[in-house]
Ligand binder design. Sequence first.
Ligand code: MN
Length: 298
Amino acid sequence: MSHHETIETVATKDIVGIYQPGSTHMVGDGFPVRNLFPSNELDREVSPFLMLDYAGPQYFTPTDHPRGVGEHPHRGFETVTIVYEGMVAHRDSAGNAGVIGPGDVQWMTAASGIVHEEFHEREFAKKGGTLHAIQLWVNLPRASKMSAPGYQTILNGDIPVIDLDGGVGQLRVIAGSYLGHKGPAHTVTPVELYDLQVKAGKGVALALPEGHNASVFVLQGSASVNGGQAAGEAQLIVCTRHGSQITVVAHEDSRFLVMAGEPIEEPIARYGPFVMNTKAELMQAMQDYQAGKMGHLN
Ligand code: MN
């Protein structure tokens, strides 16, 4: 046998693809969104994430009648709303209410079912302004789909900010951990969610767990992941679950949402605001909602 020098290498998560928004629509009259998935037929590749709606940035004229989306249900997953500009107000049938603004995150666990509304906050609507936000849906495993609903308001000041060495930029840990800094969000399955800013011409190598799906959404600027093709504003770079590192190099001052997590390997049955494992469970969800079992807003 010949001698080979052993070189320590870190396996890189390869790129599955770069995706444009697959559909554009209004959610109520307040959230003009570009959808990245499921419209791109991404499912296994982005699990445990189920949906990414990119709202705005769009200017809204002043009004005394806040725009948004009225009473509607959810069951079987979590909705995570990240606000970059503007103010969003929420109210649900579990008795939770909150207002989130720039840098804040709302992590709502619908689980067995809630009814809620999502509107521009009244004073923000009155003044008019730009709304810029992301709503992510995070799946729940079968064992947690019928758990009690929950609600976490995560304020800007609760989110650790890590300055990346050498003036590269900064990383805010919303969920999971980065270099020992733990994000404030409580998640049901392992999730990493980072708000990442990288300066033009700089790059960062991010360690992400082997076996976790990983993707990078570009909010602003342009970047290459792992030396691949550049992706620009509103594009999503999806990586493989195999590997334990990605390298993000920014071509302009850029901002990203980095999403990773342990895939939930269970069947997905979805119908509008309900995401369960089987069609029978979806039927049950509709019946329960119509029977008022998910509650009502006061
Ligand atoms: Mn909703």
